[in-house]
Design a protein around this ligand. Structure first.
Ligand SMILES: Cc1cc2nc3c(=O)[nH]c(=O)nc-3n(C[C@H](O)[C@H](O)[C@H](O)COP(=O)(O)OP(=O)(O)OC[C@H]3O[C@@H](n4cnc5c(N)ncnc54)[C@H](O)[C@@H]3O)c2cc1C
Length: 406
């Protein structure tokens, strides 16, 4: 389809967003160049929890990279109350991003995308005629359209002028540690009764202000970590270490630390525009991580699918104005979820008192804990969750409900 340009579209970043976009566009006959700064397989700091619906969003089998089936989550309140939101039904799965992203990258190539890994993009430009990127190896590629799928520290958004970094509470800082404990200990700590190999994701409120700590079980190791808005933290490493020491003592483990990394995750709402001229932003580059759960993989993949459809039309009709359909598309698909999640996060993470109040009500009231499970399992939208849970709290526990807003 390309005319004077080298490609129809250049996709910068081969995470879940970029590789999905590249595969879906290539399958539609679009001439795609997919570039990533890392050589694949590459590490991405991430807890690797993926909601079940992602299996249906992808058009290939991902069972080879599933480490464990997940049956819901267990939440611990600051005072230690346990809210068990697991059920005898698979709600999601666990992956190592090194393996999961590699599979997605291979699937993009298999569909016909030209892929260049180990080649960092250092600058991107666009004008009325087309787009261009320059790489650290001194190469220059041109195309009709450009996709910034290069994550929170990406170069496309900054070069094109979408925004200039992630300031204040527009992003969270996370510490992610992979701790080898062996299969039996993983199942002892996170196992569920429904399936001898299946697990729960455990979330701890209280160890860090304005955020939470997690334990996500893999085949033989645990991914443990903490996440907090970046402007609310002074020494996250110390806070994490204190919590992790207690965790190890409680479970009588002395794990081998496989990796210990920190990385940021963006909060939605900080990016005002997700398309401009001939360029669109996807996934973390567009700020699509969920501010309540910090999940971003499903939105990254969802945005890749929508962008591929829109860009194929823009290539076919030679009309860049069609890119505005991308923003309409993601807003219709998950925009409301992200904005309701933001309001829930504001209420939940306001202070430790609110975390305790909300979780103690969930501990006491099966309607609330059931809706928490349904939300995790993707059976209700954030809007349905919020309206049912807030209504339940206001109707049955008006004093506690009022205290959340004081
Ligand atoms: C500690 C932590 C835990 C998380 N846990 C979860 C979880 O359990 N579940 C969940 O759903 N989400 C989780 N997230 C969020 C999730 O990791 C992101 O939302 C997701 O990776 C976004 O995908 P993406 O494709 O947009 O970007 P990324 O996965 O960040 O991919 C961007 C790609 O762009 C490449 N790139 C960057 N700059 C350049 C450049 N200049 N040139 C070329 N290539 C470039 C990078 O190498 C990378 O491969 C977590 C995030 C963090 C930090």
């Amino acid at each position: 389809m390309s005319s004077m340009s080298d490609y129809d579209v250049i996709v910068v970043g081969a995470g879940p967003a970029g590789s999905t976009m590249a595969r879906q566009a290539a399958k539609r006959g679009v001439n795609v160049l997919l570039i990533d700064k890392e050589k694949f397989p590459r590490v991405k700091p991430c807890a690797g929890g993926v909601i079940g619906k992602v299996k249906d969003m992808l058009d290939f089998d991902i069972s080879s990279v599933i480490q464990r089936d997940v049956y819901g989550q267990r939440f611990y309140s600051p005072s230690g109350l346990l809210i068990d939101c697991t059920r005898p039904e698979v709600s999601g799965f666990m992956v190592m991003r090194e393996e999961f992203d590699h599979l997605l990258f291979e699937k993009a190539k298999e569909a016909g995308a030209k892929a260049l890994d180990g080649n960092r993009v250092v600058n991107a430009t666009q004008d009325k005629e087309g787009v261009a990127v320059e790489t650290e190896n001194g190469e220059r590629f041109t195309a009709e359209y450009l996709v910034g799928a290069d994550g929170i520290n990406g170069v496309v958004a900054r070069s094109i002028g979408f925004y200039d970094g992630w300031k204040g509470s527009s992003a969270a800082l996370c510490i992610e540690v992979e701790a080898e404990v062996g299969k039996d200990i993983v199942e002892k700590i996170c196992g569920v009764e429904y399936d001898s190999e299946g697990v729960s994701i455990d979330i701890y409120f209280g160890p860090v202000p304005y955020g939470y700590a997690w334990c996500f079980p893999k085949r033989t190791h645990l991914s443990v970590g903490v996440g907090v808005p970046q402007d609310k933290v002074s020494n996250l490493k110390n806070t994490f270490n204190e919590w992790f020491e207690e965790f190890k003592k409680k479970h009588e483990i002395e794990p081998e630390i496989l990796s210990d990394l920190s990385f940021r995750v963006p909060y939605s709402g900080a990016v005002k525009r997700t398309f401009m001229g001939r360029t669109v932003l996807l996934g973390d580059a567009a700020g699509f991580a969920n501010p309540f759960s910090a999940e971003g993989i499903s939105e990254a993949i969802g945005s890749g699918i929508i962008a591929a459809q829109v860009i194929e039309r823009a290539v076919r009709t030679k009309d860049p104005k069609i890119l505005k359909e991308y923003e309409k598309g993601w807003k219709a698909a998950f925009g409301e979820d992200l904005s309701v999640a933001k309001s829930l996060a504001k209420l939940m993470f306001k202070n430790e008192k609110n975390m305790e109040t909300i979780l103690s009500l969930a501990h006491r009231d099966p309607v609330i804990s059931d809706y928490m499970y349904k939300l995790i399992a993707g059976k209700v939208s954030y809007k349905q969750f919020k309206s049912t849970v807030i209504k339940t709290i206001v109707r049955k526990y008006p004093r506690a409900g009022l205290s959340l807003y004081l």
